[in-house]
Design a protein around this ligand. Structure first.
Ligand code: ADP
Ligand code: MG
Length: 246
């Protein structure tokens, strides 16, 4: 396969849990700087798809490439790819016993093997990127959900990822906190970060997505630019779904 023009290739991903066929052959390609937004009903396989991309879940069939190197079946190299494919979850997953800066630092020390001073400097730099430098010495319990999520984005950025996967990053947040997280994500997109985002925030999708992919029953049912999906009458399934959200 010619993967030259793409940063990430996802080809024919299948995944079942017992008799539950969750992903039924999902393929798409991602260019550097793309923001792809995945929408679709709950239980349709969006989280499973993101987890298959960085092999937190092993697909039954199908392959993933990053810069033309195979991520699937990569053996011990998977740890390298997991650094390059960052992930941000709905519930942050910060360490409660570590301050914000220590949460960002820990992988730099343990995974990247950086020295203490360099790791601290890098962690503070990434916290500054998400507007959280002033909160560096606070523990997760002292942060709002939006602040905690911004720390978890800083933690992903610290690995210098090629792509960041966001799985409903604002679903646990109030509207006001949602806005501050989406602002950070929008800024990252404008700076050229490549991102795959599962979200139902259609304002974000319309203003930031290079493409929206509508998933249904384990497949990409429709995909296109925000303008096309929202205005072209042929995209009835996407618009019916969006009608239910409103
Ligand atoms: P979405 O993110 O679109 O809501 P998910 O990918 O979370 O969908 O889930 C799709 C289906 O896969 C659901 O039916 C869910 O119960 C099932 N599923 C997800 N993870 C597991 C798992 N680890 N074990 C068993 N079933 C799972
Ligand atoms: Mg999900």
């Amino acid at each position: 396969m010619n993967t030259n023009n793409y940063i990430l290739n996802v080809e024919d991903i299948h995944k079942s849990f017992g008799n539950n066929e969750v992903l039924r052959g999902v393929s798409f390609n991602v260019r550097k700087g793309d923001t792809k937004v995945f929408i679709g009903p709950s239980g349709t396989g969006k989280s499973t798809l993101l987890r298959c991309i960085n092999q937190l879940t092993l697909p039954d069939k199908g392959r993933v490439w990053l810069h033309g190197e195979e991520v699937t079946n990569s053996g011990a190299r998977i740890n390298h790819f997991r650094q390059k494919i960052g992930m941000v979850f709905q519930n942050f997953f910060l360490f409660d016993h570590l301050t914000a800066v220590r949460n960002v630092e820990v992988a730099l020390l343990k995974v990247k093997g950086m020295g203490k001073e360099e790791a601290r400097e890098k962690a503070l730099y990434e916290l500054r990127q998400v507007g959280m430098e002033d909160w560096a010495d606070h523990y997760p319990a002292e942060l709002s959900g939006g602040q905690a999520q911004r720390v978890s984005i800083a933690r992903a950025l610290a690995m210098d990822p090629d792509v960041i996967l966001f799985d409903e990053p604002t679903s646990a947040l109030d509207p006001e906190l949602t806005r501050e997280v989406l602002e950070v994500m929008k800024k990252l997109a404008q700076q050229g970060m490549t991102m795959l985002v599962v979200t139902h925030e259609m304002g974000f999708a319309c203003s930031v997505a290079t493409e929206i992919l509508f998933m249904e029953n384990g497949l990409i049912a429709e995909q296109g630019s925000p303008e096309m999906l929202l205005s072209d009458p042929q995209y009835t399934r996407t618009r019916n779904f969006l009608g239910q959200l409103a």
